[in-house]
Structures are given as C-alpha cells and as structure tokens.
Design a protein around this ligand. Sequence first.
Ligand SMILES: [Zn+2]
Length: 371
Amino acid sequence: MLDAITGYNQLRASERLGVQGTVMFRLGSLRYFHLAYLGRHSPDDAIRQTLTDIAPGPDLILEGNGDVWRFGDTPKRGKRSFTYDAATDLFTDENYEAYPLSYDIDQIGAAKKKVAITFDDGPDPRWTPQILNILKEKSVPGTFFVIGVATSENPEILKREYAEGHEIGNHTYTHPNFDEITKTQIRWELNLTQRLIESTIGVKSILFRPPYGIDHQPEYAEEVAQLPIAQDMGYLIVGQKIDSHDWQQVAGAQIPEQEIINNVMRQAEDGNIILFHDGGGDRAHTVLALPRIIDALRAQGLRIRFGFRPHWQNARRSDDAAVDRRALAGSRGWLHFRNLSLAARGNRHHLYRRHRAGQRPRANHRHSGAD
Ligand SMILES: [Zn+2]
C-alpha cells in the first residue's frame, strides 16, 4: 500500500537518488492529503502533522445486490499516529488508530425471478387511470411514487391507487434536483408530500425515491450525500435497476413502445425493480408497452410482486409533524401559498380519514405475501 507516509518516504529516497521531479498518477481512490507535501522539497513539522488526520475518501462502499438502499455508515475521519526520524527525514513507523470511513451502502431486497413494477411522477389524470386499468386486468401490484404537487391536484387518483391494492411512495413535492437543494428543503419536500398522502388515504408511506432516480452504480460520495437525510426521516430508499427508459425523448416524442419493451426485457434478470412513469409527459407508449411487458415477464417465469414488504400502513407515527409545523412557520418564500394551504387543509382532514380507513378492509392485504 502506498499511503501518505510510505509515499513521503519514497519521495525522500528518490530525491536522494537524484530524481529531479515526481509525477503521481491517480489510481483508484487517491486520498487528497497526499497533496499536502507533494511539491514541497523540505516539508516541515506542520505539514507532517496534517498526516495524522485522514479525510474520508470520495469513494463508496456498495454491498449486496438489491434495489433498495440502506446506509450503514456515513463518512467519518480517520486518525493515524507515526514515528518520524528527523536525522534521516523518514517515517520509521505508523499506526492507523481509526480508519477513515466512506459511505457504506447495503443494497438489499434482491430476489431471484421476482420483479416489482413502479411508476414515478404521477398521479396524472390522463395516464394513471389507464395504467391502473391494465394492472387491474392483469392482477399485478404496482408502486406509485407520487409527486406532492400532482397529488394535490389529483387526490382521487391516489385514493384509487391505494384502494386497488397498490403501494404508494414519496417522490418529493416539487420534483427538484435532489443534489442541489438544502437539507431544509428536502425535509419540506418529504414532509409536505407525506402529509398529503396521509390526509388523502389515511396512511403514511415509508418508501422514498429521489427525483431523477439514483444511479444504481454511483461512484462518488457526492452522488449520494443527500440520501441519508431521507433514511434518517424513516424512509426506505428505493432505486431501480431495470430502467424502461420510458422517460426518454427522441425528437420531442416518447421513445417507441417496442423500445420500452426491449429495454425492460433486456435487463429483466439484472435487478428486481422496474421503473416506469405515469406522469410528467406523454406516456402513451408506456401504456401500450405495459401489458406486453407484463405478459413477457410472466412468460419468462418472473413473478411480479411488491419490491418491499407492504408494512408501510403500519409505519411508526413519527414526530416529524413537529418539524412540519416549524417549517411551515418559517416557510414564506419558496413555496406557493396555495401549497401551504393544501398542506394545512390536509392536516385537518387526516384524523377523520384515518378513522374511516380503519373501518374498511385493506385492499393491500391481497398482496401481502409478496416480498
Ligand atoms: Zn421523477
């Protein structure tokens, strides 16, 4: 291993052999603190002392093979001690007292021959009912990752999704680029949408998918840095290894139906969660492709289930309502007043709806053996 300490020794040795300059080529995850002494011909104690502190690297540790993410570790700094010999200007010993930790992500929920079908960006009055009709006709459970703004305009569709036994997930309120917003806005986005879901169907969701998805093989810490916030709020982070690419446009039109089918079938055994869209644009080809994809998946021996145990209706009643109220109080500025009034209205309704929801048989239980 060439770490900062051994690298330092090598530089000193090469200088003594008359090497006039050194170039370091990055291999894998070179840690940035190498730069502390590179280019210095006579590093001093202050510079050497910086080597005791080890910053987390930019790399990620990904374990497992599923489409649902759980963060084990978030980055932590490491610590190192060393013995330095001034007479030879060499380190003679070093000891890692604490290793620097990167994001450690468990990818969970992998299962052979099982897939879950998910739809993002709805509810949409034009496309979602057509998709629900297909799912009903084929007896297939789906999961709808809804956007708060769309839900506030189409609450009846959300009710239908839930009543027909499908899962509901949180896909933020305004569909922002998740990497570019503040922590406060993330909490806002999730809490407002949660309140809307809860006030419409009487239950909370613990499923979350960030807008624009998560790359199933991210490489750098910055790509996932915001996601632990959602996990800390109690959500399961749901990815998608099988992307139908039905969001893709060619010359302003949705890609052809056959292409959507091919995209799914080509990856069908590479993951467990399939991504479609029921809102956010023209979804005519998604609607055409969906029944054919369901038939093709079944013909290939794949079973279509939920990707997650449907226990979210029993989700713990978290105390994030308090966070909501604080956020609401200090909110004037970035959300439209109309959205605030909807959220407030939702809160008033939810006791009533929760009561009613408890009275009727839960349609979800039809699929509760799924995993
Ligand atoms: Zn989306």
